[in-house]
Design a protein. Sequence first.
Length: 202
Amino acid sequence: MKFLIITLTLFLANNASSDYDEAIDLLNKRYIKESLLEFSKVAKDSEDLKKKANAMYNIAVIYDNGLGIKKDKNAAFEWYKKASDFNHKIAQYNLGWMYYHGEIVEQNYFNAMRYYKLSANQGYKKAQFNLANLYLMGLGTLKDNLEAYKWFKISSMNGISQSKDYLTKLKMLMTLEEIKVAEQNVIEWVEEYKNINLSLID
């Protein structure tokens, strides 16, 4: 029950350093090696953790998709890990995807669960949808209809229309009390992350 793989949008940081701006400009001009060098400088030297994570993610995307260079999935994986360590939600999602499908790494549903959950809790809707499916199928975790319902509901709120079909099916398997508990879990998650605007989350 996989979902669409990564969006190739490269992150633009507000008030980015000149190195970051230069890296983006070079990439847009298709000077890939030069842009990689500049992204690497930001990844290494920037004191802004968000820009550092975005630079790492951008390097990973370039390697992952062979944007102007030969694809290197191993390098992509390592850079996704680095970006994930700085809490980059799409890097975390991509790691979850790789572990789920056994892409480059050995298939590991527990690691897929780990990274999808990290990303989902930051509001990334694709991770929320995939996390719901893991709970539904009992992959990397115990089968849990309440958690599956919670994450399908949150991803539905976040714009994943396919989640509504799963919610309909789950309601047929759950008691009214279980649905009530699951709905309360959704409310509590939204309250905990109330600073996140669900209508604007990617």
